[in-house]
Ligand binder design. Structure first.
Ligand code: COA
Ligand code: ZN
Length: 325
């Protein structure tokens, strides 16, 4: 199949400012991986601040087993206490039927179902086979259908597994097909441990979009090998307009060896705006929230923008410059 888009289909070649939908995941993908428990009231404060920055969607927390992810054991409390911005969709990660029941009692906008494309990572992360995951998620979809709650399927390790290695495009398409058959019309291709590279992303994204034109796709990158920003541009080349990203670049799956932070929201927004895209994000507001993160989590964050500032930040020249004749 020809996966190349014609220039006129490519948003990067469009003369108009093309909208990119930003979805913040720091309070789920980021906080799940912190060893020090982040106080519930701090989580709530961060989510309320993020709600005012222009995101299309915020992944608030996850309804996973508190034994598996103790950092997010306060999911109900967080969901109940946040003030919501009507322009933002609030989603939560759901691994099984029990998680869906808990999430639905909290008035979520979307249930973000999760399973892995690698059998080994699925067993490590979710303690079941992929077929068992699918059977659970099928029940979740049935429970949610007919309500106003949307479902999204996040396919972990879509671009490679740290234990099994390569994951084929065919395998990812096969699972997309199965979820599409259940009526799930939103899907996220996740690069859980930063194994994706631009030409792979371009090919996978273009094929997914051409096989499932009715589906809304999100790409979810981790910057483990410094390829996240390049992967974002490659995905846009293939027609993707929705990205997960994490404030400060924090994040990672505790059950994926070598996992590290997500694509950093402020770094991504800074790049995309310079490239002429409309992210709808207020970068100065976002930077103020990002600046609070190191204090909150007790360590430095990968964000480059937090260290360097935006490219219009100027520095005073040394005195001797004006003396050179
Ligand atoms: N929420 C709360 N508790 C849950 C739960 C959920 N969604 N699912 C299961 N539990 C509880 C059960 O009630 C049981 O409690 P008990 O020991 O007090 O009786 C216990 O957890 C074990 O249940 P079981 O069904 O055997 O689950 P498991 O131990 O096989 O774990 C998952 C399966 C999916 C619940 C667990 O692996 C998980 O939450 N994984 C999420 C991993 C993750 O979020 N990774 C990062 C994001 S990709
Ligand atoms: Zn992730």
């Amino acid at each position: 199949m020809n996966t190349e888009l014609k220039p006129e289909q490519n948003p990067r070649s469009s003369p108009e400012r093309c909208r990119i939908y930003m979805q913040e995941v720091a309070t789920r993908d980021g906080f799940q991986n912190e060893s020090q428990f982040i106080e519930t009231e701090d989580k709530i404060r961060v989510i309320i601040s993020l709600s005012d920055c222009g995101f299309a969607k915020i992944e608030v927390t996850s309804f996973t087993s508190p034994k598996a992810i103790p950092a997010l054991r306060d999911a109900e409390m967080v969901m109940h206490e946040i003030t919501r911005n009507p322009g933002v969709e609030y989603t939560v990660l759901v691994p099984n039927v029990r998680g869906a029941e808990r999430a639905l009692s909290c008035g979520i906008d979307e249930a973000n179902l999760v399973m892995s494309m690698s059998e080994t990572h699925n067993r490590a992360n979710l303690r079941m086979t992929r077929e068992q995951s699918f059977a659970q998620l099928e029940q979740v979809v049935a429970a949610v259908s007919g309500s106003r709650v949307a479902t999204n399927i996040s396919l972990s390790t879509s671009f490679g597994c740290p234990m099994e290695g390569d994951v084929s495009e065919d395998e990812v398409m096969r699972w997309l097909e199965r979820f599409a058959a259940l009526g799930v019309m939103r899907a996220t291709l996740c690069d859980t441990t930063g194994m994706a590279y631009p030409s792979q992303v371009r090919s996978m994204a273009a094929r997914a979009k051409s096989l499932f034109p009715e589906m809304t796709f999100t790409l979810h990158f981790h910057n483990t090998r410094s390829m996240a920003q390049a992967n974002v541009l490659a995905a846009i080349d293939a027609g993707i307009d929705r990205f997960d990203a994490s404030l400060g670049g924090i994040g990672g799956c505790p059950y994926a060896p070598g996992a590290s932070g997500n694509a950093c929201t402020e770094d991504m927004v800074h790049m995309l705006e310079l490239e002429g895209f409309d992210t709808n994000i207020n970068l100065s507001k976002l930077m103020r929230v990002a600046a609070e993160l190191p204090g909150l989590i007790g360590h430095d964050v990968p964000s480059q923008l937090l260290k360097a500032g935006a490219r219009d930040r100027l520095h005073p020249a040394p005195d001797y410059v004006k003396d050179i004749k």
